[in-house]
Design a protein around this ligand. Structure first.
Ligand SMILES: NC(=O)c1ccc[n+]([C@@H]2O[C@H](COP(=O)([O-])OP(=O)(O)OC[C@H]3O[C@@H](n4cnc5c(N)ncnc54)[C@H](O)[C@@H]3O)[C@@H](O)[C@H]2O)c1
Ligand SMILES: Cc1cc2c(cc1C)N(C[C@H](O)[C@H](O)[C@H](O)COP(=O)(O)O)c1[nH]c(=O)[nH]c(=O)c1N2
Length: 171
């Protein structure tokens, strides 16, 4: 079925229904800087290139956190572990920022952005380019530091729910 056979109203729902089948890592994206501290949950995160190490994050311009990220121009991608489901929901809801951050332990990255204790990986980044498409801004982020853990299991967002991702046994 081609997209142009769908009416615009159905197109968005069909798109979301199909996208719900793409399992993705869940991340809490944080920032700290002149505009203050903020964080939100994101599944729209992907590796762009390793030369220079760059990833992208898609952020809805209607989100309350948007102006903070836009002004700070730096962020940390904290990839969540199994057990972080409630924290993910807290950062994905309409919860006040202080309440979001008080639910976990954080340290400061090189850029000053909050690094989540227990994340499977944290990518400290500077935002180098921003491209607006529809409702979202795509933030291209150059990675300046990485931290990763070998201890925790991963977490996926699939079919509108959380699924733990078990590490392979050591070989
Ligand atoms: N990229 C995003 O902005 C994005 C991604 C995932 C979830 N969410 C938010 O979380 C809520 C719950 O999501 P869900 O997966 O349970 O159900 P859903 O039906 O709202 O979304 C299904 C899938 O569609 C995509 N999607 C959802 N909203 C989008 C948006 N505004 N722009 C681009 N892609 C989008 C995501 O891949 C998502 O997993 C959503 O209503 C949305 O507010 C946003
Ligand atoms: C699992 C999951 C995944 C995502 C989200 C939610 C959830 C639960 N949200 C929504 C985002 O987290 C939410 O809009 C923010 O918390 C901003 O909300 P406030 O406007 O600050 O309350 C989200 N938003 C966004 O701009 N890009 C994304 O990739 C995602 N992904």
């Amino acid at each position: 079925m081609s997209l142009d056979t769908l009416t615009p109203a159905v197109e968005k729902l069909a798109f979301r229904n199909a996208m719900s089948r793409l399992g993705a890592a869940v991340n809490i994206i944080t920032t700290e800087g002149p505009a203050g501290r903020a964080g939100f949950t994101a599944s729209a995160v992907c590796s762009v290139t390793d030369s220079p190490p760059t990833l992208l994050v898609c952020l809805n311009r209607a989100a309350s956190v948007y102006p903070v990220f836009r002004e700070n121009m730096q962020l940390c991608v904290n990839t969540l572990a199994a057990g972080h489901e409630d924290l993910s929901s807290l950062f994905g809801g309409k919860t006040p920022m202080a309440e979001r951050f008080s639910a976990a332990e954080w340290s400061a990255a090189v850029t000053g952005s909050p690094v989540l204790r227990g994340a499977v990986a944290s990518f400290d980044c500077r935002i180098t380019q921003i491209v607006s498409i529809g409702t979202h801004d795509t933030l291209f982020c150059e990675v300046v530091d990485v931290v990763h853990s070998e201890e925790n299991h991963g977490l996926a967002w699939f079919d509108r729910g959380y699924h733990p991702l078990k590490r392979q046994e050591a070989r």
